[in-house]
Write a protein that binds this ligand. Sequence first.
Ligand SMILES: [Zn+2]
Length: 210
Amino acid sequence: MNCPNSSLGVLESLRQPMETGQTAVARANYHVTYPARFQLIAAMNPCKCGFAGQPGHVCRNGPRCAADYQARISGPLLDRMDIQVELAAVKPSDLSLPPPKEASNDVAVRVLAARQKQAQRFTALGKTELRRNAEADGALLEEIARPDAQGLTLLREASDIMKLSARGYHRVLRVARTIADLDRHEQVARIHIAEALSYRQKLSAFVAAA
Ligand SMILES: [Zn+2]
């Protein structure tokens, strides 16, 4: 990825709509706010050469190759990404593997059921304007995603160790609520918290390296 500084500025400008679902345009004589809810899915190489971390590969610039490249995505922007996953390169031999046990159509059914469950939960709480966990914040989020005792202990301990921001803490809760919904569990449990935390390891490593 060749990302000149102007593109990095565009990426940083996504921080506000990612957080609020709105974007503001300010000019000398007027100020307009537009709705801007979206789902951001982004991918990047691990380093400039594209092969850092792969068995048998050594970057020409050593560890700085990955560190410098990944530092182009700021911590605050990364903090707004709920799910950060490292993917290994696909080997030619992987292409002949059998398909996953759960087909896309089956996953779609599970996702639809989870979305319906979320909408029903908000309606029951009198929040008919909300439909998805992504729209819940603050006290409402803490109410609908309250983990069981073991889950809460894990979340508190991991928050300290991983140095989660307040935003990160709430984002873990929100993702855990959704994982529990996909699992058809009314109560957010330790296993759901653990999975949500595992999706923020990338940021944790980033913060540790800073
Ligand atoms: Zn490299």
